[in-house]
Structures are given as C-alpha cells and as structure tokens.
Design a protein around this ligand. Structure first.
Ligand code: RNT
Ligand code: ZN
Length: 416
C-alpha cells in the first residue's frame, strides 16, 4: 500500500468515506467493452464491405485486427490495462463464419461459440447487438421500417435470430445478455410522411419482441438517435419514438451520449427514465461537434453520467456500455483509455461526499452544496485510483503506455 494512499484514505475518512470499501465495490461494477473499436466497426461477415448506416470511423492507423483471432488477441492485450469487471459487447457481424456466406437471418449460436469460450476464459459476460447496417438490404436507408415488406421481414428475422443467440449465450455463461437494437433508418432530406415509417418500425419491433425469450438470459434495449450522416432530417427511431416504445413495452432504453442535441447531456435523463423503464443501457461516448464517437475521457460529461448513476442508487439498473470508435490512433490505447476513464469517473462519483451535499440541500444551503462539489474535485483521488489499479493488478501510467507501444511494435507491426 503506497503511503500516498494512506494519506488519501485518511482524508476521505474525515468526510465519512471508506476508500477501501469503495475500491472493493467499484471494481465489481461491470463495464461493457464494445468489440468494434478493435476494427473500426468492420466485422467478419464482409470485411471489405464498408461501414454504412450514417456512422463513421475515421482514420487509418496501422495494425487493425483482421480476423477473430487478432481481435481477441488485441482485447486480451487491452484487458491488461483495464481494471475491474469487464464485459464484451458483440455485434452480429462479428460472428465466425469460416469464410462462408452466412446471411444475417441465418446466423446462429455456433457462429459465436469462439467468443463464448474466450469470455469464459476471461470471466467476462457478453452483450449483443443485431447489425442493421453495412448490408445491401439496408442500402436505401431503411431496415425495420422499410416500405418493402420482404426487406422488413428480413430484418425482423435478423432481430429474432439475434435474440435467440443472445439467450443461448446467456445460458452458456449463466448471465444476462443485454441485446441492443439500433436501427439507422431515416431520410437525408425532409420527409413527406414521418408517421408511416414509425408505424412500421413499431410493428416490426413488436413482432421481434413477441418471440418469447427467457429474461434471465436476455433483455432487450432500444436505442434512439437524433440524426446520422445521411439521415439529417429525419430518424425513425428518434428519442420520443424509443422513449415511448420502451415505456409502453417495458423494454430497456439505450441512451447514447452522442445521440442528442449538442448541449443536452444524457446524465439528466437517467433519473427520469429510471421511473418508467425497468433498466437502462448506456452507450458512453464522446461526441466532438457531432456524434463523432471519440474515445471516452475522464471529463465533465463522463463524470456527470457516473454521478447520476451513483446518486440514483442505480448501479444495478443502469448497464454501462461504451460506444466509441477512433481509427486514427492505436486501437488498444483507445479501448484502454475509454474503459479506464469510465471506471475512473465511477470511482470519483462513489468518493463524493453525497451525504453532506444532500444535507446542505435539505437545509436550503446551496452555497455549501456547491462548495462541497468543488472541494471534492481536489481531493486526493489519484491515489485511490492508483490503489485500485494496484489491487486489480492493472498496468498503468508509463507501464501502460510502454506496454501498448511494444505490442504495437511487435504484434501490430507484423500485420501487413
Ligand atoms: C450509432 C449507434 C450504435 C452504433 C453501434 C455500432 O449511432 O450509436 O450504437 O454505434 O451499434
Ligand atoms: Zn450507440
């Protein structure tokens, strides 16, 4: 135990906070790491197919994973630098298809066995996503809300196939998979009919969710969005659409930090939605001027999100997942920094003097409330973070930076 930690521990103790207990608790809160940072949302179905759906990974940093083995190798490397319980978030296009063409309606659990084995070995839970983009049948911009019945049916069947895969994964791991539905459906320019696609989207989802799946092993979530590239004027699955859908059908609701107006933060939405949906899924991301999916940092936005989860007492009801993909930097650095930042923010939120802040609030003493929030920022947080990394045997600081560099110079550099 470092002496700086002992000092920090004493300081926090004066505020009534037991840092040992907090370290113990925070390391067990699962954070879901998205597989798609590792290969720029490419997947293995058609690696040269290109990313569509109005999302974009920009950059061309060398050494990206080209197959499941490389992706797993990179995840394994990233895990050395990521403290605490980590889940793996898979997209349907990351199945292992053995060079065969397996269409999205045909995928099955067997295509994901390799991932299950990997996650068992690493004691990781799995989350899942049907892939409603990067496919010829999503090329006109519409999937579950497509006016063409056959296309709609195709995507409904894909959704059902994914829920079944997720259920089986959950059974195998004796754990609950959260399956997230994000559909890019929308128009670049002003629609003449905003209602009909939304009605079709609702009906398609109803059909997908009418298939009985054991909730112990799979729970479904729906993700809203303001706009995408090429769907600037209209997105079928807007915030109101999916908030309404989730409340009515009691599914989970996914809140992605990049999916709202630029000055709107998802932090303030958590306490409201917790009253009306059973659970929430977060896609923690960092939009720079638009939904650019930059690497998550230990910044005000991430802190505000984690503070809300902790202050709502909702660590068991809010599933925290990452959603960023930067192709312009080392992808393992991206994973490590994003995951570490989220965990840091969670730790910081749990070290806040919440009882004192609430006491001041009750008394109407808002000056003290504000002062406590400001004082908390200069508490010796870094020492507690370092202690958490040490206790979880996580490499940090220069050891992390040098470790990733040497992996880049050896493993990544050999990928040509
Ligand atoms: C897109 C959504 C969605 C995707 C992933 C790859 O804007 O955020 O969650 O990023 O499914
Ligand atoms: Zn997202």
């Amino acid at each position: 135990m470092a002496s700086t930690y002992k000092e920090a521990k004493d300081k926090y103790a004066k505020l009534g906070i037991n840092t040992d207990k907090v370290i113990d608790a925070v390391k067990d809160i699962p954070l879901s790491m998205h597989c798609w940072q590792g290969d720029d949302v490419g997947g293995f179905e058609n690696p040269d197919g290109g990313l569509t759906g109005g999302i974009q990974a920009t950059g061309n940093y060398p050494g990206k994973a080209r197959n499941p083995e490389e992706l797993r190798q990179d995840i394994q490397e990233a895990l050395k630098y990521i403290p605490g319980k980590t889940r793996l978030n898979l997209h349907a296009i990351y199945g292992e298809f053995g060079g065969k063409k397996v269409d999205r309606t045909e995928i099955s659990y067997d295509n994901f066995k390799g991932w299950v084995a990997f996650c068992k070995k690493n004691k990781m839970g799995i989350d899942f996503n049907p892939t409603y983009f990067s496919h010829p049948l999503s090329a006109d911009g519409f999937t579950l809300s497509n006016a063409n019945k056959k296309i709609r049916k195709f995507w409904i069947d894909h959704g059902i196939a994914c829920r079944k895969i997720a259920e089986k994964i959950g059974k195998e791991l004796n754990n609950t998979v959260i399956t997230n539905f994000w559909m890019p459906d929308g128009y670049k320019d002003l629609p003449a009919d905003r209602l009909a696609p939304r009605k079709r989207m609702e009906e398609s989802l109803d059909e997908i969710f009418s298939v009985k799946i054991n909730k112990k092993y799979n729970r479904d979530s729906v993700e809203c969005k303001l706009f995408g590239i090429g769907s600037e004027s209209y997105v079928v699955g807007s915030h109101e659409f999916f908030m309404g859908y989730a409340v009515k059908n009691q599914t989970l609701l996914t809140l992605d930090s990049g999916h709202f107006h630029p000055t709107e933060t998802i932090a303030d939405k958590i306490s409201s939605m917790l009253l009306f949906v059973p659970e929430i899924l977060l896609h923690v991301s960092r939009g720079v001027r638009w939904d650019s999916d930059h690497v998550v940092l230990f910044d005000d936005n991430t802190n505000a999100i984690m503070q809300e989860i902790v202050r709502c007492g909702a660590v068991n009801k809010v599933h925290i997942g990452m959603d960023f993909f930067d192709a312009s930097i080392n992808r393992i650095t991206a994973w490590a920094l994003g995951m570490r930042s989220a965990r840091k923010a969670l730790l910081a939120a749990m070290l806040d003097p919440i009882a004192q802040m609430r006491d001041a609030e009750k008394k109407g003493d808002f000056g003290t409330r504000l002062a406590l929030m400001e004082e908390a920022k200069t508490m010796p947080f870094a020492a507690v973070w370092e202690e958490l990394c040490e206790r979880t045997k996580t490499k940090s600081g220069m050891e992390m930076i040098d470790g990733i560099k040497s992996y880049e110079n050896t493993v990544l550099a050999a990928r040509k």
